[in-house]
Design a binder for this molecule. Structure first.
Ligand code: HEC
Ligand code: HEC
Length: 293
């Protein structure tokens, strides 16, 4: 009996007096409460800051942003292609927004007109392989931006500079962000309005027909290639629908006018930079000439 008593005494806790017991009991309550108060204050501090900002949703979005963009880079996820506008803002605007280092400036038709003549493929080629102060792929890697995405940026920029390039075809197996047509320069967009009066046949908007009738080819080629210069009269080009500008040229006869269009003249590149058959260019010449009669 006394043995058990002794052992019990040896393992007795450090609490020996009622005072100590009271102190321990109070501490047992207070310490967790203080910790809880501190934690609540700590967490509350963050949300108070968030509430101070204009919108809490924005603040939350800001916080999860790094996580969200990491998800986009997941190599196993289906690739979501960026729009031309996104690529332009992220990469190309650095030089092209201001025209730094001799870059053709965004939406400056004068800067772009002489370049548009080489067509979409030619421009994309310059971007892929570099040109002047512009590095190949504008300094990006194919992992950052695919050829397709760079192509979309070219279309976005060139169209804002007066071209009417269609969106490049998306490669198979990728989600495409909505394409936008908004980039077309107003000058080029306004041009087809003029012939609507002169040639009633053209009044109906050119339907996006898969196989355009030959009569439509001239209009199509004009809109895609020639309008870059001829819609606004860039660099001394005779303006579309401007009788005074065309009369002295048409006086030389259509054969001469056709020949100039194919060979090029002054700033105008041969065939206006068009890559297709001569007949298409001549159709475009006739389309322009008819609008100026
Ligand atoms: C470091 C500055 C810089 C960046 C960034 C840049 N460019 Fe350029 N870019 C230039 C310069 C300079 C030229 C003119 C090159 C010349 O004609 O010598 C040019 C020319 C071009 C041309 C016309 C090429 C031609 O054949 O006339 C296109 C199209 C183009 N850039 C597209 C892009 C696209 C698309 C991007 C973004 C993916 C981009 N650039 C990013 C500097 C830049
Ligand atoms: C890069 C700008 C540019 C593009 C693109 C362009 N032209 Fe021209 N074009 C000009 C200029 C500049 C002139 C005036 C040349 C001169 O008289 O020195 C001109 C003149 C002409 C003339 C009048 C030739 C004459 O008899 O004096 C015809 C016709 C013509 N272009 C047709 C076309 C056709 C068709 C296309 C599209 C396939 C086209 N152009 C694309 C700049 C361009």
């Amino acid at each position: 009996m006394s043995d058990v008593q002794n052992e019990h005494e040896e393992h007795e806790s450090p609490i020996k007096t009622p005072k100590q017991l009271i102190a321990v009991v109070i501490a047992a309550f207070l310490v967790p409460i203080i910790v809880i108060i501190l934690l609540v204050n700590f967490v509350g501090h963050g949300s108070k800051e968030g509430a101070g900002a204009s919108t809490t949703v924005e603040a939350v979005n800001d916080r999860i942003k790094p996580v969200a963009s990491l998800e986009l880079k997941d190599p196993n996820a289906p690739r979501v292609f960026k729009t031309g506008e996104q690529v332009y803002k992220e990469v190309c605007a650095a030089c092209h927004a201001t025209g730094a280092a001799g870059a053709p400036k965004y939406s400056n038709a004068g800067d772009w007109a002489p370049r548009i003549g080489q067509g979409f493929e030619g421009l994309l080629n310059s971007v892929l392989h570099g040109k002047g102060a512009m590095q190949p792929r504008a300094g990006t890697t194919p992992d950052d931006y695919s050829d397709y995405e760079l192509g979309r940026a070219v279309v976005y920029m060139a169209d804002a500079g007066g071209a009417k390039f269609p969106e490049p075809a998306a490669p198979a197996g990728g989600a495409t962000a909505a394409a936008s047509d908004a980039g077309a320069a107003p000058a080029a967009a306004a041009a087809p309005a003029a012939p609507a009066a002169a040639a009633p046949a053209a009044a109906a908007p050119a339907a996006a027909a898969a196989a355009p009738a030959s009569a439509d080819v001239g209009k199509k080629v004009y809109e895609q290639v020639c309008a870059a210069c001829h819609a606004a009269g860039v660099a001394g080009a005779p303006k579309f629908g401007d009788k005074a500008a065309w009369a002295p040229r048409l006086k030389e006869g259509m054969d001469a006018v056709h020949a100039f269009a194919l060979k090029g003249k002054g700033v105008m590149p041969p065939k206006g930079g068009y890559a297709g058959p001569d007949a298409d260019v001549l159709a475009a010449v006739d389309y322009m000439a008819n609008a100026a009669k």
